[in-house]
Write a protein that binds this ligand. Structure first.
Ligand code: PLP
Length: 266
């Protein structure tokens, strides 16, 4: 028996049978970093490395029961939330995490697959903004997601710039916003971290060739894992980007679609 108990991180996410993204990506990432993953299923997807064919949101009562039974048993040092699947799931998860206000929460707003298959409806996005953002320590949208979350259809004729998006997300109640530049057209990938005081840090990464399945999940769960192990937010964000970059650099292509990051690159 080991005298050492790894820090536990509870992830709420959709399953991905390719193990490139979703719950399986979170589990691999957390295990690679030396955390103990606790994995609550929110939805079941049918997908391959090319795209998502379909998904089945899980009954919210089942989501709550999965979470409550592990939470009553095992102390959790961080939460990570990925694909939610339904408005009812958002409401259920928001209620569960509200009982743990001191546990850091990293929200990866999964709105679509890499191919563009929709994984969230507009009402789900509204629920996420109302119920989860005020409880979020850090939200990790890419540029597309940030614009979709921040755009006010009734007011904006075009999407606000990323700085304005970050400001609006902070106004919705999260503490920090990390906007990743993976979807932008720039030669380097610029990831920008914002807090209530404005831009805190920009980190530029070489843009790797190819398209990756589960890069966002890797980054968000690595941040949650490192915070669970005691890193402060800035340090966790920096080290998680390095971890994600290394995982992408070691990615392989097992099928006919996207590359899958190797979270055990080391
Ligand atoms: N979670 C699930 C279940 C998914 O199917 C996907 C994408 O297809 C994602 C999350 C997001 O993946 P990525 O990290 O590539 O944005």
């Amino acid at each position: 028996m080991s005298p050492f108990t790894p820090h536990a991180v509870l992830t709420f996410a959709g399953t991905d049978p390719t193990c490139g993204a979703g719950l399986q990506a979170d589990v691999l990432t957390l295990a690679s970093l030396g955390c103990h993953p606790l994995a609550v299923v929110t939805a079941i997807t049918v997908q391959d490395s090319v795209g998502v064919e379909d998904y089945l949101p899980l009954d919210p009562e089942w989501i709550v029961d999965q979470a409550r039974s592990v939470l009553e048993d095992i102390p959790v040092a961080a939460f990570k939330i990925g694909m939610l699947g339904s408005v009812e799931a958002v409401m259920a998860i928001a209620e569960v995490v509200s009982d743990y206000p001191d546990v850091p929460l990293v929200l990866d707003p999964v709105l679509a697959s890499g191919r563009g298959d929709e994984l969230a409806t507009e009402t789900l996005i509204d629920a996420m903004k109302d119920m989860l953002l005020p409880q979020t320590t850090l939200i990790t949208p890419n540029g597309l997601e940030a614009r979709r979350l921040a755009m006010d259809e009734g007011v904006d004729s075009e999407a606000p710039d990323l700085e304005e998006c970050a400001e609006r997300l902070l106004d919705m109640g999260c503490e920090y916003v990390l906007i990743t530049g993976t979807e932008e057209q720039s030669p380097a990938v610029s990831n920008r971290l914002y807090g209530t005081e404005g831009l805190i840090q920009t980190l530029n990464w070489e843009r790797l060739p190819g398209s990756y399945h589960g890069s966002g999940c890797t980054l968000a769960s690595a941040i949650a894992g490192l915070m669970a192990q005691g890193a402060d937010l800035l340090e966790a964000v920096k080290r998680a980007q390095e971890f994600t970059y290394q995982s992408l650099q070691a990615a392989y292509r097992p099928g006919m679609g996207q590359h899958i990051p190797d979270r055990f690159y080391w």
